[in-house]
Design a protein around this ligand. Sequence first.
Ligand code: SF4
Ligand code: SF4
Length: 298
Amino acid sequence: MNQSSLCFPDGQKSCFRCCPPVRAPGYDHYPHRLFLARELRDNTSRYDPADFSLKPITGFNCWALGYLDRKFKLVGCLLHPVQNGGRDLRGRIDYGHKCAREFCQEASIFDQLTADHRQFWLGLAEALDSFQYSSNLINPMFRVLNFGPGVLSAVAAHSGPESMADRELISTYPFLSMAAWPRSCAFLVEQIISGYGVPFLAGPEGLELINGLMNHLQTSLAAFLSPKRSSGRPYVHQLSLDRSLADFFRFGLNVSCLSQTEADTLGLQVRRLTAEWLSLPSNEQQVKSNEQPIMSNE
Ligand code: SF4
Ligand code: SF4
């Protein structure tokens, strides 16, 4: 059985968010949808599969992005090997090696889910067309997937294999649309799930629990961390660490570089403080979250 991918999820829509791979920072296709739809039709009708000449992209749109089906639902690369009998023609735009390499973090996380859990989370994007699906502004999957495979698998398993995620799931679990970037707190969400289970994440209380724990750790570790923000040490993502813990150091604690020993020590402290805080009654958690730094730099 063919597994769905984030790029081509269900035969009804496709993603072209990363085309072309060189884009203006923060660029999103969706606000330009009408213009783009016209351009895609032109690209598709002008495309000559017998032409192999080099034709570099000018500007931010690629002349090889077009419709892949007669109903104009699927948008994708006309030069991709799948469209050309196995021959990769993406080099024709002059930075084709970048196209071949392009695989976003969210697609890689999606690939780590089981087939059932992929189907579950695709429910968030079920009603979207290719333009909406390819948009960071519209498609919630590009945010939610950043909680990582551990959190996503646990929520999907808790919800049951028959169900599908939908917009209601986001109102049941408001943390899924929290203001903080998911990678900053995925580790904390994992800790809550492993200590208490998915139901503790439900409602505004779940969101408060995550924010309270984040405040507590940031405050408690402030004195320990401040001298370690200097460079000269390896990036935390190059160390032997769980991905979500490295993300928490970098995005939650704002520490990008640590030695392996410092990272191991910090990881132990984070786990200990987390376990202690989660074992407190909620009123004491609140008090702790507002306390001044408690950890020395010894
Ligand atoms: S942005 Fe990600 S999901 Fe979309 S086409 Fe590129 S690799 Fe696939
Ligand atoms: S050549 Fe294909 S993959 Fe590369 S930017 Fe153009 S449409 Fe996208």
